[in-house]
Design a protein around this ligand. Structure first.
Ligand SMILES: NC(=O)CC[C@H](N)C(=O)O
Length: 366
């Protein structure tokens, strides 16, 4: 069945449909990761977006039981050059097409994904519609132009209620803004006693859980759409060690008085080089973001830039000068992508340990 992608700038791509035949609109973004499509499709940070994968053959190892970042994928559509129909892998349980049908996600294949990516790179992220051939293209273009981007994605993908993931180690409150399960897996590996909580938890509620550390997760959309979280972070800063990833990093920056801005087309892929400004070391990182902390806004804060992106010089990591708190824009949990920066979870454990020791010393001296 023919299906088309209509962009708000008037460009139309005609290809073949796969997955669900639902009509959809969303922000069209591209990811350059060559593998890891199951993790990308199920990363809640893509909530509401139509994701284009630049690697030309997608689906050849199928969909398996284990590689989900959430069990309820929230992307609005998937665009590929070619969707494999006969996956071959011992873990494969279904084809990409079957999976997308089951989750009611429309797909488009057979279009020139390089051309689409170049348009996005040139003009910036665009809104687009995936639809059948019978529609009035001009009506859809005006709808795309007039319709604002959604603002409630975090509310959509965050857990509705708190839940524990017990362990024998440090108590970590993990604030779920659209958490990738990889983050939870990393904390579990380190035996943390995790409590996953909804995005709109207050600082008082967090502190009542008596955390040794607070983890701020990744999540979809503009960080300025989540003002409750910014207030919560202000309320816990300095009391408990904090580690933030991606949206968590952006919310932390806003809570500390920095600013965030929308990028032209963002960073999405598995090979983004990031430099640690202290050591000079470069990590190859997994990324998925369309907003960034504004470099110039850091000067008026008590924050220090610890990491920058080598491709465009944007802020990739922050540390608080007075309090035990650090954040990164990229994904140390990988999934998908390289695990170069996995050590940041150990850094978080060490920060918790030091903070706890200091707290005990204060108690003994009192
Ligand atoms: N992966 C994330 O947490 C993304 C953060 C934010 N939604 C952005 O696009 O910049």
């Amino acid at each position: 069945m023919k299906r088309q992608l209509i962009l708000e700038d008037g460009t139309v791509f005609v290809g073949q449909g796969f997955g669900s035949d639902q009509e959809t609109i969303g922000e069209v973004v591209f990811s350059t990761g060559m593998t890891g499509y199951q993790e990308i499709i199920s990363d809640p940070s893509y909530c509401g977006q139509i994701v284009t994968l630049t690697y030309p053959l997608i689906g050849n190892y199928g969909i398996n039981r284990d590689d989900f970042e959430t069990i309820a994928p929230a992307i609005n559509g998937l665009i590929v050059k070619e969707a494999a129909t006969t996956p071959s892998n011992w873990r494969s349980l279904q084809t990409l097409d079957e999976f997308l049908k089951e989750k009611n996600i429309p797909g488009l294949q057979g279009i020139d994904t390089r051309k689409l990516t170049r348009i996005i790179r040139k003009y910036g992220t665009l809104k687009g519609a995936l639809c059948g051939m019978g529609v009035n293209v001009n009506d859809i273009i005006s709808k795309l132009k007039s319709e604002p981007l959604p603002t409630n994605q975090v509310e959509r993908v965050s857990t509705k209620t708190a839940y524990p993931s017990p362990g024998r180690g440090y108590r970590v409150v993990l604030v779920d803004f659209g958490m990738k399960h990889g983050i939870l897996r990393e904390l579990i590996k380190r035996d943390c006693d995790v409590v996953v909580v909804p995005y709109n938890i207050t600082a008082e509620e967090v502190l009542r859980l008596q955390p040794d550390g607070i983890m701020l997760s990744n999540g979809p959309g503009d960080p300025k759409n989540v003002p409750q979280a910014i207030e919560m972070i202000k309320g816990v800063l300095g009391k408990v060690p904090i580690f933030g990833i991606c949206l968590g990093h952006q919310l932390f920056a806003l809570a500390c008085g920095a600013n965030t801005i929308k990028m032209k087309f963002g960073h999405r892929g598995s090979n983004h080089p990031v430099k640690n400004l202290e050591t000079g070391a470069v990590d190859i990182t997994s990324q998925n973001h369309g907003y960034t902390v504004e470099m110039e806004s850091i000067a008026n804060t008590r924050l220090k830039v610890t990491h920058v992106a080598l491709n465009d010089g944007t802020v990739e990591g922050l540390e608080h000068l007075d309090h035990p708190a650090f954040t990164v824009q990229y994904h140390p949990e990988a999934s998908p992508g390289p695990e170069d920066s996995n050590h940041l979870f150990d850094k978080f454990m060490n920060l918790i340990k030091t903070h706890k020791k200091e707290g005990e010393a204060v108690c003994q001296n009192a």
